[in-house]
Design a protein around this ligand. Sequence first.
Ligand code: 9D3
Length: 254
Amino acid sequence: MRVDIVTLFPSMFKGPFEESIIKRAQEKGLLSIHFCNPRQFTYNRHHTVDDAPFGGGGGMVMKPEPIFEAVEKIKEEIKPSKGKVILLSPQGTLFNQEKAKELAKQENLILICGHYEGVDERVREHLAEEEISIGDYVLTGGELAAMVVVDAVARLLPGVLGCENSAKEDSFYSGLLEYPQYTRPAEFRGWKVPEVLLSGNHELIRKWRRRKMLERTLRRRPELLKKVKLSEEDKKLLREIKDNISEFEGKEDR
Ligand code: 9D3
């Protein structure tokens, strides 16, 4: 996959893309990331990329011309239009795992990062094909959001994770929160690992983990339970959990 990022601040991306899994994905030739700075497409002495909003009000708005020219230059480099132009913005649809999977099928992504108070509306109307937000909080620009999207998409590309992990992703990502995990030592500062995990009884362990997943999801993210397909065993476990709610009220996660 080739990702082109339109940003006034390409150096913001240095750390995150030059470490760990994203770094290796690039080294393996599975992912290439390019940057295009709209400032390159400004022609006055001050290389103006933003201006005051028509109609007045505070803040600055990113001008359309440099962004359009940046995207048009990128499109010349990637011949077939097998890509998607995405604007990162607080007004976008919420990014989630489903969207990450969808984007991972694309050959090319062009991500436009706004900065300041936003971008000229004509960018979203006539250039962007999608608009994505990463959550209901205010960032200083689209750059961190673009990093989040690239990270979530890149790990889904074939060969990026070890096959051990990628298999897990498809068959195991169930829409529930994960169960608690422990490693050695079996006792740390007096805190013991749950007995069942040391028992060697795989069926008992499986059941315990499933119960923990349901318990945790019910308590922390109950809305997720409505989207998930529950087995008969899950429904039985969930009923037990709900019956014991007063007990688990005190115990699970405080
Ligand atoms: C005064 C109204 N503000 C919107 C809440 C203006 C504004 C603030 C910050 C407009 C853009 C930004 C910069 N944020 C992004 O570009 C952004 C973002 C975000 O702030 N939160 C979650 N997802 C994203 S994606 C891009």
